[in-house]
Design a binder for this molecule. Structure first.
Ligand code: 26W
Length: 798
């Protein structure tokens, strides 16, 4: 149906009439979106079935990527791209008087994730399918994804997100493959002749219903599966009264995505979500496996299960439970299979994000799983004792269960065969500090897999003109082999190519400026530097450092008529976790600052601040291609990797950043002349944290301009009540500036001066920009996924 433009047109019209029972003339855009989406879904169904059959027939090892989040964004555009039918569809629709872009914009983002971790999972699925690797996603079909953000009077207001309100053309409900998941109840042990038998009685049962979404590989006929589980009331529930309460509590499990990144909320519902995902996902995998294999002893050679952070770590005791209680396997063999099946990625070293569950919550909800975790802990601690006899302190620190809590990261390390960090520096910090004791005990488990992003969505789709310009220069080999972007290097000195790169960036800036005008009414100068910081709002990401610098520039422009800057538009986008008071104040501060300076006659041509509401994947796709400067300014050692940094680089923005996360590797790739770095190193930050010695107040006293901006937070400079920004002020001076904002302020200001200077030399700037694009191939998630496939999962092309 997509073979020619005319064939497409005819099928499209037919499909529309069948679906809506009216003529095309009466169509609306949402209907057109649905029609096209449905066509694509049907078009892939054949290849989808074939991929599944191939997987079944060739007995190849399969990977299942378990993640509590998949931040997919919109799918129509990337599906058309990967199927290679974008041009036909675009041309066909055009003849019908329809703009494909407008149709694509009807799609509501699938926002089933918070940020980095969830988006990484989505990029990985795209790469798995595009490399023809047998790898599938397993997640939860939340009814509401990450909240919609509105800014009212400068404050963040959250609205429930409603991505399913018009249905979801990409999913297929597979009710016949539903699975029962059990919570609560009691464990009965029976002693027969053979091994002990464990029976789960009086449990509350929940039905997990799978919804499958196709994951379409790039022009390779591979269609993998993302299976999302939805919680529904069970038909097998023993009569236990209050059925309405039961229904409510059951459906609550897959109702909302928890909007926290990096901060644990010890809510029982969250733990229910985790077990629900893991139990349904695993039972399903084992069931599928047993259709094609006689016994489970070979399971780990046919199945690799990856857990994305500790959220799905219950996969370890749950797989043990299934093997032992449901299939009669002994502990030793079950443990061998489990640990060789499971691998684990750590995504953060922030201590407040490390999951710990109180036994008091865990045990009543998951009684059998708790018994297994206890047994794992006991056997493991015995092993520790053999090696570190007498060293109680070490054993206590390394235990899985201690002081009334279960430490999920410890369980993940003990119960898996591979533990990886997400950038070199992050993995080093894990090995040398956060997980040092574990690294000493299990030196071979630890490895690094530097993150990546799919260049298909983030370059070809988000920035089609740049992609075309690149292909004109070096051919299109880079699409299949992104490292080949390096062939662009010589063009960093090619006047013709530079001019084209300039034009592309300019057009992207123009398009974004138009969108901003439409969304906010604010006119921005498309010739100014577009300096962008878009990411979740968090103290360690230091949006505050960016703000204080803008205030500093504003003050200088007010006070010193000889002071000038390259015209600058500072763009922010960020959601704050609803319960994160400080982060919400930062949003208010950005908006208050924007209101104060954007219309100031003295500065308005030089300085603008924009806060884009409701930052999400689809918005990122228009912001990032328009960026000149990429702000990656976390306190060194705190950002595990970052992936936005890679998206910006690939679109020709130059990084202004600390030596943190993958910035270090970007620096290594492009060289010091093509990135602007500043600030404390990770070693310095960690040394301060260990030994003390940082006194923020000294920087406040000794740096005049810093003193001024900090005072302005509370002295009436902003037209807000005096206490409005007190928390921010206190974080710096009373709480001694945990994230070293003041310490890094001076070097940040100077780095910015260098950026402004460099930008004024257009030729040199373009050279930097092109070098960044040319060196970005290494950060394609195709490279990352190939490493996971070769070094962790042991899977090959199907
Ligand atoms: C339990 C609460 C919670 C929720 C989410 C704790 C921790 C998380 C994630 C680990 C936070 C996260 O998204 N981490 C980010 O992962 C990205 C992908 O690896 C990295 O690029 C980011 O640096 C890291 O912050």
């Amino acid at each position: 149906m997509f073979s020619t433009k005319d064939a497409f047109k005819q099928q499209f019209l037919e499909k529309y009439e069948i679906m809506y029972g009216k003529s095309f003339e009466e169509s609306t855009l949402p209907e057109l979106y649905n029609t096209l989406g449905q066509m694509v879904r049907e078009y892939v169904s054949h290849a989808w079935i074939e991929t599944n059959e191939r997987n079944r027939a060739n007995h190849k090892k399969q990977t299942y990527y378990f993640s509590i989040e998949f931040l997919l964004g919109r799918l129509l555009g990337s599906n058309l791209l990967n199927l290679g039918v974008q041009d036909v569809v675009e041309a066909g629709l055009k003849e019908l008087g329809v703009d494909l872009r407008e149709v694509e914009e009807q799609e509501v983002d699938a926002g089933l994730g918070n940020g980095g971790l969830g988006r990484l999972a989505a990029c990985f699925l795209d790469s798995l399918a595009s490399l023809s690797l047998p790898g599938h996603g397993v997640g939860i079909r939340y009814k509401h994804g990450l909240f919609d953000q509105r800014i009212i009077d400068g404050y963040q207001v959250e609205l429930p997100e409603q991505w399913l309100r018009n249905g979801n053309v990409w999913e297929i409900r597979k009710a016949s493959q539903s699975i029962e998941v059990k919570f609560g109840g009691d464990i009965q042990v029976s002693y027969g002749n053979g091994p002990l038998m464990f029976h789960h009685i009086n449990a509350e049962t929940v039905t997990a219903v799978p919804y499958d979404m196709p994951v379409i590989g790039y022009e390779n006929k591979t269609i993998n599966t993302l299976r999302l589980w939805s919680a529904e009331p069970s038909q097998f529930r023993p009569d236990k009264g209050d059925v309405m309460k039961y229904k409510r509590e059951t459906e609550a499990i897959s109702e909302f995505l928890y909007p926290d990144d990096s901060h644990i909320e010890g809510k029982i519902l969250r733990l229910k979500q985790q077990y629900f995902l893991v139990s349904a996902g695993l039972k399903n995998i084992v069931r599928t496996y047993l259709k094609n294999n006689d016994h489970l002893s070979d399971f780990h050679n046919k199945v690799a299960i990856h857990i994305n952070d500790t959220h799905p770590v219950l996969a370890i005791p749950e797989l043990m439970r299934i093997l032992m209680d449901e299939h009669g396997m002994g502990w030793e063999e079950a443990w061998h299979i489990t640990t060789n099946t499971i691998s684990y990625t750590n995504h953060t070293t922030l201590s407040e994000a490390l999951e710990k569950w109180p036994i008091s919550i865990f045990k009543p909800l998951l009684p059998r799983i708790y018994m297994i975790v206890e047994e794992i802990n006991e056997r493991y601690c015995r092993g520790l004792w053999d090696k570190y006899t007498g060293d109680w302190k070490r054993i206590e620190e390394m235990a899985i269960i201690a002081h009334g809590v279960i430490k999920m990261a410890h369980l993940a390390i003990v119960g898996s065969h591979s533990v990886n960090g997400v950038a070199k520096i992050h993995t080093d910090i894990l090995k040398e500090r956060e997980m040092k004791l574990f690294y000493d005990y299990y030196p071979t488990k630890f490895n690094n897999k530097t993150n990546g992003i799919t260049h298909r969505r983030w370059l070809i789709k988000a920035n089609p003109e740049l992609a075309r310009t690149i292909s004109e220069a070096i051919g299109d080999k880079w699409i299949a082999k992104p490292e080949h972007l390096s062939a662009l290097l010589p063009f960093a000195n090619d006047a013709g190519f530079k001019q084209k790169a300039y034009e592309v960036k300019y057009q992207n800036k123009l398009a974004f400026a138009r969108q901003i005008k439409q969304l906010t009414g604010i006119a921005i100068d498309e010739h100014s530097i577009f300096d962008v910081q878009v990411k979740r709002l968090h103290a360690y990401k230091r949006q505050l450092l960016n703000i204080l610098h803008i205030m500093y520039l504003y003050n200088r422009l007010q006070e010193d008529s000889n002071f000038s800057i390259t015209p600058h538009t500072f763009i922010f986008g960020a959601k704050a976790s609803p319960g994160y008071y400080y982060a919400k104040k930062i949003i208010k501060l950005i908006n208050t600052l924007a209101a104060k300076i954007n219309d100031d006659p003295k500065t308005k041509d030089l300085l603008k601040v924009i806060f884009v509401e409701n930052y999400r994947v689809s918005l990122a796709e228009t912001i990032i291609p328009a960026a000149d400067v990429s702000e990656q300014i976390s306190t060194a050692s705190k950002e595990a990797s970052g992936t936005g940094n890679m998206k910006f680089m690939m679109n020709g923005a130059v990084t202004l950043g600390t030596m943190d996360g993958a910035n270090v590797e970007i620096h290594e790739e492009v060289g010091p002349g093509n990135i602007f770095t500043f600030g404390l190193t990770a070693e310095q930050v960690l040394a301060y944290q260990r030994n003390g010695g940082y006194r923020a107040i000294e920087y406040y006293h000794h740096d005049q301009s810093l003193n001024q901006v900090i005072n302005q937070l509370i002295n009436g400079f902003f037209p807000v009540p005096a206490h409005e920004f007190e928390t921010i002020y206190d974080s710096l001076l009373v709480q001694n500036d945990e994230y070293f904002v003041l310490k890094d302020f001076g070097t940040y200001v100077r780095a910015h001066e260098k950026v402004g200077e460099a930008y004024r030399n257009r030729d040199q700037w373009l050279e930097k920009s092109i070098i960044n694009i040319a060196k970005s191939g290494r950060f394609s998630s195709d490279r990352t996924i190939q490493e996971y496939a070769d070094e962790i999962w042991g899977i090959t092309r199907s």
